[in-house]
Structures are given as structure tokens and as C-alpha cells.
Design a protein around this ligand. Sequence first.
Ligand code: AMP
Length: 415
Amino acid sequence: MTINQYNFAGKKAIVRVDFNVPLDENGNITDDTRIRGALPTLKKIIADGGAAIIMSHMGKPKGKVNPKLSLGQIRAAVEAALGCPVAFADDCAKAADAAAALKMGEALLLENLRYYPEEEGKPVGVEKGTPEYDEAKKEMKTRQAEFAKTLASYADCYVMDAFGTAHRKHASTAVIADYFDADNKMLGYLMEKEVEAVDNVLSNIKRPFIAIMGGSKVSSKIGIIENLLGKVDKLILCGGMTYTFAKAHGGNVGQSICELDKLDVALGVEELAKKNGVELVMAPDALCGDDFKNDCNTQVCPADNIPEGWEGLDAGPKAQKLFAEAIKGCKTILWNGPAGVFEMETFTGGSRAIGNAIAEATAEGAFSLIGGGDSVACVNKFGLADKVSYISTGGGALLEAIEGKVLPGVAAIKG
Ligand code: AMP
């Protein structure tokens, strides 16, 4: 079933969205991108004459109630965005009455799913690798299925629209789909759009294809880096991982972030790039600071010769030029992860250079896909959001989809 074909008139739809929005210390939403992302689906349900039961996680409460991560804080914002009454159920697993009382044309927001460990389905309080773990995991699977069944019991149909968590087989993102027949479960508009954007990159690659991978560590991105080396023509590796590569070649990296146990992984990446004929582009210089602060002293150093007491916090001027040149003329562009500690203005130069080069290439006809919270934050911060082709709401989910993995949230609907 597709959402466009479905008529929600007289139906209650339970919709998994990603309302994991950033909040300030007073509980105010600082970026409502994710709420806006879910509106087309929610509005269609209401406009058809149906009712929406909205469910999401927020943060990582690890299976316990945590008022700081209550979705109650965003109820009013959801109501304002959706333009219909939105009630709140303060216990997602005991919301049967609230769901039954829900009128057509209205919505009900459920409390944070992850207040229950059943949502993620990970055993609590048992060490991985111990004999008790397997038993606990089995028991948790049963509890997860029960939890999913309870959520499913509130509604007539299920819509999966949380791309950001679609790579997780959680109760609300995948298991719940077992309790609806094929005619009553579907992907939402956001999911459809995200899946299409990934398809666009994978099935219709216009070359040259460049990927820009940044962020803090090699270890968390090695899977996707190795995978991309089989697909791209050029790969820019930037951000904190620069220094693991520099160290692997015997360089001095001072206090820069560096994974000493990943030096062989770095050399392996270089070898694979060579074997596959991929042009690997890395920073020759770094903007270094003598403290992890915006107003610290700075100096530009070769990326492999950083003095003790200094750390590389951004790509240097030569690197910025090199990155921009590598991106120029490319026809497919994927960006995930900043080139420096962009949260501090002093260290935004590398990410800015990449963002600007992507915007220019896009203006010349490239398809550019930006994913992952930090690169999306960069694009927004630099005012480039409308100058790139597609901004994904997914980080991990986007990368897994680009790796060619079928996301559990998609598989649950499409089989
Ligand atoms: P990740 O979660 O791995 O995508 O990393 C994103 C984080 O990497 C951002 O918060 C950046 O501040 C950080 N980052 C980027 N470059 C560096 C660097 N050279 N040193 C330390 N952190 C960095």
C-alpha cells in the first residue's frame, strides 16, 4: 500500500515519526526540521478525515521515565504546526482509552517510546557475552512483541515515517508492522522521499561521484568508507579522522583526536582506494588550537606536523582549497560529517568551504545529498539549505541505505 492510495477517512492511523528534536534548557525547540518533515503525512491523514496517533522517541532515556525527555514538551508546537487539536497520552503503553476517545480530524501524541526498554528491545542490566544475556534477549524479544502489539491495538493502520530510526528494528519502527495486513501499512511521505533520494544516488549515479566524509572518528564510519570506495570516483576524508591517517604515516599530531588502535585501518583504507582507483583527498594542513575553545590561540600547521600542546580542529587553508577543487565539476555528491569543530565559529572554515563548493556544483547541475545531523546543521548555519539538492533527516539510516542495506523500517512494510 502507498500513502497516496490510502484513504484515511474514518480511520485511526498510528504513525511513527522522528520528533527527536533538539531542545534548549527550558524545553524550547531549537530546530523544528523534524516536525516539519512529518507534516505532509500527518496532514494527509487529517485532511482525509482520519485521526493520527503520533509516536516517537526523544533522546536516550534508556528504558526509564525522564521528564527532561518528555514529548509533552513539544505537544503545543506539534498542535500549532499541524493545525488541529493534539491531545497527549503520558504513557505510550497505556493509551488505549485516549486512543479510543480520539475524534476524527484530531491527533494524539504518545509519550516517549523509549521510556520502555521494549521499544529498543535490548536486555537491561545484563552484560553482553554473559550466559544470562541470550536468555534475557529472548525474553526481551517476547516483551517487545507484546509492546508492539499494544501500540498496534490503538489503530486501524500503521504508517512508518521515521527515516532517522529506520535502520533500527525497534517495536515502533518495524515489529509493529507484523500486526497489520499489507493493505493497512505503508511508508509515509518523508520515508518515500528519503528512499527515493538514496535510489537517485545509487541507481542513477552521474559521474564523477564524490563523497565527503568528516566527523570525529574513523572507527564509527569505517563500514561506509570501505563501501563507498567501491562506488565513488573521489573520497574526501576530513575532520578528526585526518590525524589517525597522519599518525599512521608516522606524523606528529600533538593533542589532535587520534585513534591509535585504528592506524592499520587507516592504511587499509588507503590501500583499498588505490586498488579501486579512487582519488583519496585528505587535508595537507590544519588549523590548530592550543585549547578546545572558540577563543583559543590558533596557528596553521602541516596536518602531520602538529606541535605538542596543539590540536587540529579544522581543515587549513590549503586543505580548504583542495577540497573545493575536488568537489568542483562533480555530478553526484554525498556529504556526511563536518570538516572541523564547526560548533565553534573559529573552526567553521573547512566545512564552509565544502558547503560552498557543493552549492556551486549543485548550481551547475550536480545532485547533492547531505545527511547526518552535523552536516545538515552546517548547511543550515551557512545558509546553504536551498542550494543543495536534498537534505536527509537521517544520519546512520542514510549511510546504511547508501551502503545498500535494506532498512528494517522499510523491510517491515515492503517485505
Ligand atoms: P561524528 O559524530 O563522528 O559525525 O562527528 C561530528 C563531530 O565531529 C562534530 O561535533 C565536530 O565538532 C567533530 N569534529 C570534527 N572535526 C574535528 C576535529 N578535528 N577534532 C575534534 N572533533 C572534530
